[in-house]
Design a protein around this ligand. Structure first.
Ligand SMILES: [Zn+2]
Length: 193
């Protein structure tokens, strides 16, 4: 099922969410035929994403059904107090870790807040306020550090351009493994604890 939303936008785009639902956003005057052609041209892209989502769902059935949970990168049994536990733990660990890493690498930030976002692991605002997703606590320490360092680098470069990436690379080395891990675990963001 593909949802088509027409609006006053100028370009056509396609998105697929974690449940596999596809949304096409198109300019209001674009014909249905043109929209169909566009969707057909994206067929292999759609299949690739759907296969990726399917493999994540299969691989993590116990986590999705809340029999098990990830905690600091380890799979452990789910307990009813898990939501409170990660909230308490995140508000101490993530804040201390951010201060530690900032001090170690000479960054300064204004404030760090812990939030329960559904779509992102962290954010850095222009005023150097950082927010981190409490579900980072589900990931292993190296990946948590990677997200924190990514946000800290934004206190120096407020973009994702070359300087930003070379600064981040000088701190963590090759990003690709961390990025893959975050993508693989992003389904956790949609689970309610
Ligand atoms: Zn960023």
């Amino acid at each position: 099922m593909i949802k088509v939303i027409k609006s006053s936008r100028k370009t056509i785009s396609i998105q697929i969410d974690k449940t596999g639902e596809i949304t096409v956003k198109a300019p209001i005057f674009l014909s249905d035929e043109k929209i169909n052609d566009y969707i057909i041209s994206k067929k292999s892209w759609i299949e690739k994403h759907q296969n990726f989502n399917l493999s994540i769902i299969n691989k993590n059935a116990d986590i999705i059904s809340k029999k098990k949970v990830y905690f600091m990168g380890e799979i452990v049994d789910f307990t009813e107090d898990f939501g409170r536990k990660i909230k308490d733990f995140a508000s101490v660990y993530l804040i201390e870790r951010t201060s530690f890493l900032a001090k170690k690498h000479g960054f300064s930030f204004k404030n760090v807040a812990i939030k329960n976002y559904k779509s992102r692991w962290g954010t850095c605002y222009k005023n150097k306020d950082i927010t981190l997703n409490l579900k980072l606590i589900c990931l292993n320490k190296n990946v948590i550090d990677y997200v924190i360092l990514h946000e800290l680098c934004h206190t120096v470069y407020f973009n994702h351009q070359k300087n930003f990436h070379s600064l981040l690379k000088s701190l963590i080395g090759n990003e690709s493994e961390f990025k893959r891990e975050l993508k693989e675990k992003s389904f956790i963001l949609n689970i309610d604890y």
